[in-house]
Design a protein around this ligand. Structure first.
Ligand code: SPD
Length: 272
């Protein structure tokens, strides 16, 4: 039996019992598919867990639905990163959405997801989806004033992804949104990656007028306590109306979570 550990900090990590490991080296990173006993198949990029069959619904529902419900009938959505397709799957549950663009730098991630994670990736072939194998920075510059919602489904701010957590990048995101557009980003663990979390929120606040932070519990991500930051220049993201989620086939997000979206523990409030 094999054991895989993701090191969350220099002092702490999480360990999974694994039946089988497949690894490939793409132009950008090492991609591994681990067959774990507890969480099913797991996608790991450069040693960091991205998604697992057992808990992926939590992250993918929570990164998608709050922003999609806050935007009035969003039609055009951009997902940056997220080549596994889980966020795309959730976005397409909203009937108003006519077009989803996926900007993923590493096409190998998409191939691996299609081969090993069909329950996550199956909507990548939906005719509403257009895939761009491109750097997010360049893509945003080419697509100004285009999207109702932009979802930043990227990896952690280490190496190539570091620029995606900076003011300059969020400014490009803002420019690519329509006037009443909304963006949402995954912003790391407030308790274990406090500096990354605080920096991301601070940089987003430099660019957008309305910024809100919310949390979800994701067992396979560092500490389990995971943050998302939602932002808009012109939409009042704090106006959380009643929503109708029936027919959406959701397992984590619900109308009560939406109503109290920005409820945060005191120490997290004090960090932002
Ligand atoms: N530490 C893990 C952060 C991963 C964020 N992105 C996950 C991509 C899943 N679609």
């Amino acid at each position: 039996m094999i054991w895989f550990t993701e090191y969350w900090t220099d002092n702490v990590g999480i360990t999974f019992k694994v039946k089988e490991v497949k690894k490939i080296k793409s132009k950008y990173q090492e991609i591994a598919v681990l067959d774990t006993l507890e969480f099913g198949r797991m996608l790991v990029l450069d040693g960091l867990v991205q998604t697992t069959e057992k808990d992926e619904f939590i992250y993918h529902e929570m990164i998608s639905h709050p922003a999609l419900f806050l935007a009035k009938n969003p039609e055009k959505v951009l997902v940056i990163g997220g080549g596994d397709g889980g966020t795309i799957r959730e976005v397409l549950k909203h009937p108003s959405v006519k077009e989803v663009h996926l900007c993923e730098i590493d096409e190998e991630v998409i191939f691996i997801a299609e081969k090993y994670f069909p329950s996550i990736s199956f909507q990548l072939k939906n005719p509403k989806v257009k895939i761009f194998i491109e750097d997010g920075n360049d893509f945003l510059e080419e697509n100004k004033n285009s999207y109702d919602v932009i979802i930043m489904d990227n990896s952690d701010p280490i190496g190539a992804s570091e620029v995606l957590f900076k003011e300059e990048f969020y400014q490009k995101v803002k420019n690519a949104l329509k006037k009443d557009g909304i963006m949402v980003a995954q912003t790391e663990s407030p308790i274990l990656q406090t500096k990354y979390f605080q920096n991301a929120v601070r940089e987003i606040k430099k660019v957008f007028r309305n910024v809100g932070v919310y949390l979800a519990f994701i067992p396979t991500y560092p500490s389990g306590m995971w943050s998302f930051t939602i932002a808009s220049e012109n939409v009042d993201i704090f106006n959380l109306k009643d929503i109708d989620i029936k027919n959406l086939d959701l397992k984590y997000f619900n109308k009560e979570i939406f109503k109290s979206l920005y409820t945060l523990p005191t120490f997290v409030k004090n960090l932002i």
